[in-house]
Structure formats: C-alpha cells, structure tokens
Write a new protein. Structure first.
Length: 264
C-alpha cells in the first residue's frame, strides 16, 4: 500500500483532517478517494486472483463469494466501512495515513474467500486531541458514505431499466443511443453510472411501452413490431417516433390500440 498508493493515502488522511474541521466537501472527497482506492486495490487483486474478483457488466469490481457467485454488495460494503476507518485500531497502531490503508486491506480480506484475515493488536483505540472534531469528522463522512451508497443504488435501478429496454426492443448500443439522441460513448457511461435525471422520464416511458407490448403480443415479436413502419405513424416506426421524442404520445397510442383490441 505504501509503495503503490502513498499519494492516495496522504489525500485520504488530509480529507479526514479537513472533515474534522466541519468541511462537508472534504467528507465527500474522502468517500470518493476511499471508493477509488478500493477499486484500485480490487483491480490489483483481480490481476493476482482472477478467481476472487470479477468485473460486472456495469464495470463494478465484485468479490466472488464461496458459493462462486459475485457479491453484488461489494462496493456498498466497502463504502460503509469508510466512516469507521479513521477511528479503527489500525489508525491507533500506525497513524492516520498508514492506518487507513490497513483498515481498507483488512476489510477487503474479510470479503475474499480463503484470504488470511488481518487483525490489529487487541484493546487499541484511536485518541483524538479534540473529541468534538472526531465526532464531526465521523458524522460528515458517515453521511457522505450513505449518500454515495444510495446514489449507486439508484444508478443500479436505472441501469437495469436501460438494459431491460434494450432487451425488449432488441437494441444494440448504437440503436439505444439513437433513441436518446446521444452518442454511444455517453450510453456506455449511463450503463456504468446510471441514467441522467433529465433522461429518466423518457426511459421510464420507453420501458412502459416495451412491457405493454410484451405482455399483449406473442413472445419475441416486439423488436419486429417496433421496427415496422405503420400508416398510423405517418409511415414511421415506433423506434423513429421515440427518437423524435414522441414517446409519450406513442405510449397513449399503444394503450388505446391494445384496449380496443382486447375486447375483440
């Protein structure tokens, strides 16, 4: 850790000190730095132990559990360990900079099957000169960590919805990007980080259209139906109407046509 990540550890320690002075931005910096360092260490572990760490389709690094299934909660588990690291026994043993690194390594080892656990000297606790500043740092960092976890969870829901839309309509990345009027590179970022707020309403509407068609049509025909020009759409396809931001009107049209067709 000292050799490869010395600068990151120094930045982490500095962010803790600034958080102790009531700096909310420093607390967010600390959580971001912790998350990035966690990812860097997991990437290194993946190179050494490809059986222990895998990369998800969204780009997250996940520890493989003993049952040989990726642990989807890996990023959240490591993020939620961030607030307690500054007051861990590791920091009591080695000081803030080295102790934060050891706390992270110990946490990762707890997740990896068959890894030898790291245990600090028992009975040690971190002493801050100013207990009030310690409480301030822990409160701000804890809040920032929870916010980051919730943000990641919202992103995962949106990423799942985007993947479902692509599955329903049989879209490749280029076609999906065209529906939202963005480049394929932007869509790739959405798949990793979540869909931007200004695009979420459109995503939800497209998903509703796809789910409605799948529920009422024969299995496997939705991609073909969405690509077939229709006189009711001025000779355009459903996908072309969505691309033209007519998705709300299309949803109403699909609902009306299916409502009319069901009694018949």
């Amino acid at each position: 850790m000292e050799r490869k990540y010395r600068r990151q550890l120094m930045l982490l320690a500095d962010a803790v000190k600034r958080s102790a002075q009531g700096d909310e931005e420093a607390a967010r910096d600390y959580v971001c730095l912790w998350y990035q360092l966690s990812s860097d260490v997991l990437e290194q572990l993946r190179a050494w132990r490809p059986d222990a760490v895998v990369k998800s389709p969204s780009g997250e690094l996940l520890v493989v559990e003993a049952e040989r299934e990726p642990m989807d909660s890996t990023p959240e588990r490591l993020l939620l360990a961030a607030p307690l690291a500054p007051v861990s026994a590791w920091v009591a043993m080695e000081g803030l900079r080295r102790g934060l690194g050891l706390a992270l390594i110990a946490e990762i080892r707890q997740l990896v099957p068959r890894a030898v656990a790291l245990t600090p000297i028992p009975g040690l606790c971190t002493h801050w000169e100013n207990p009030e500043r310690m409480r301030s740092a822990l409160a701000l960092i804890g809040r920032a960590a929870v916010e980051r976890v919730l943000e990641a969870q919202r992103g995962a829901v949106q990423t799942g919805a985007l993947a479902r839309v692509m599955e329903l309509f049989g879209l490749d990345r280029t076609e999906a990007a065209r529906l939202f009027g963005v480049r394929r590179q932007a869509l790739d970022q959405w798949r990793r980080r979540g869909v931007p707020a200004q695009r979420q309403a459109k995503l939800a509407t497209i998903l509703s259209i796809g789910e409605l068609l799948e529920k009422n049509l024969r299995s496997g025909v939705v991609p073909g139906v969405a690509r077939k020009p229709a006189p009711a759409y001025g000779g355009r396809t459903m996908l072309q109407r969505i691309e033209a931001d007519e998705h709300d009107a299309l949803l109403e049209s699909v609902r009306a046509s299916l409502d009319w067709a069901l009694p018949a």
